[in-house]
Design a binder for this molecule. Structure first.
Ligand SMILES: [Zn+2]
Length: 361
């Protein structure tokens, strides 16, 4: 198993302000950790430089009016919402992030690597067709998915495990059965959407699967969701590739969220996704970085764990420094698991008409 890492030092350029949570240290600390562990020297790892997305790539997802708004605001700066400013030159950085996702997809489709992990900024999953939000401008994963389909792939599964609901991605594919969108997120929480009752519309009904989970959800909850919903959904849907909106803000040290996933939990989650992808779609996984704001305590270890899993390496050494173990204990809620079991039972009733694996039980 080989893993392509898509990265360019230009991914450090974008910055709203030096104190904004979505700042360049998110990546620079992770890169330091990967270099320290010798990841780039391994034969299973191949580094790719991103090419910027073209206007045509972007217009597969976003409206011409919104793209023009971003281009114009990138000249002198602008604002989308109170968390999302448009710094000068934004469009250049946003196109390179979306293009990185396309570069990762092409590396997999051209069989240069089994899977790829795109370490890009700014993130994308809150961006809808005609608007940005929540630190996001262009929806990198959606643009990449449309690119895969333009290259001939028919069905794509998106797993969005960022702690926040991927509302932009949901909006883009809500009526589209050629994309199975599955989002695991803290709920209730920003951006407020992501109810399990929202299962798609029209031909897309049944192909939008929200898995809202309470604060304090631990590795055990994610493993349960994987076994109970995500793997059976994928086995039945049989996608041609799996895209992962890989937000690492579920980590128990994350300052913006309240979930309790560990670096090892992330790595095991990715390992299971790689086994799944191997069995149904030639191992094709394209993971794209979304959120994750624990720059020193979380991101370097989670990103390392994910890459180790994608390259088929031994995961036994993946863990956070010992000093964080007490914080982990305090972060886990014992009430979360039974709440999630109950939610899944209700969700299955909503989805039963659309999925055989649910009807069989
Ligand atoms: Zn997030």
């Amino acid at each position: 198993m080989t893993c392509g890492i898509v990265y360019d030092p230009s991914y450090l350029a974008h910055e709203q302000s030096s104190s904004h949570p979505e700042r360049r240290e998110r990546l620079s600390y992770s890169l330091d950790q990967l270099e320290e562990e010798g990841i780039f020297d391994l034969p299973q790892i191949k580094l790719f430089l991103p090419k910027p997305a073209t206007r045509d790539d972007v217009l597969l997802v976003h409206t011409p009016e919104y793209l023009k708004f971003l281009e114009d605001a990138s000249i002198n700066g602008g604002i989308i919402d109170s968390d999302t400013y448009i710094p000068r030159n934004l469009i250049h950085d946003a196109l390179l992030a979306a293009g990185g996702a396309i570069t990762g997809a092409d590396a997999v489709l051209n069989q240069e690597v089994t899977n790829s992990f795109v370490l890009a900024r700014p993130p994308g999953h809150h961006a809808g067709r005609s608007h940005g939000a929540g630190f996001c401008y262009l929806n990198n994963v959606a643009i990449m998915v449309r690119h895969l389909q333009r290259r001939g792939l028919r069905r794509i599964m998106i797993l969005d495990w960022d702690a926040h609901h991927g509302n932009g991605t949901e909006e883009i594919f809500y009526d589209d059965p050629s994309v199975l969108f599955c989002s695991v997120h803290q709920y209730p929480f920003y951006p407020g959407s992501g109810r399990f009752e929202d299962i798609g519309i029209g031909d897309g009904k049944g192909y939008n699967v929200n898995l809202p989970i309470p604060a304090g959800s631990s590795d055990r909850v994610y493993k349960y969701l994987l076994e109970e919903m995500i793997i059976p959904l994928a086995d039945e849907y049989m996608p041609d590739a799996i895209a992962i909106s890989a937000g690492q803000d579920n980590h128990f040290t994350d300052p913006l969220t309240g979930l309790a996933l560990t670096a090892r939990g992330y790595a095991e989650l990715m390992k299971e996704m790689c086994i799944l992808a191997d069995s149904i779609c030639h191992g094709r996984i394209i993971a794209v970085l979304e959120g994750g704001y624990s720059m020193e305590g979380g991101l370097p270890y989670t990103n390392l764990g994910l890459i180790a899993a994608m390259a088929g390496l031994d995961l036994s050494a993946i863990r956070e420094p010992e000093i964080y173990q007490n914080l982990l204990k305090e972060s886990i809620s014992e009430d979360a698991f039974p709440q999630v079991v109950k939610m899944i039972s209700e969700l299955k009733k909503k989805l039963a008409a659309h999925w055989y694996f649910i009807q069989r039980y």
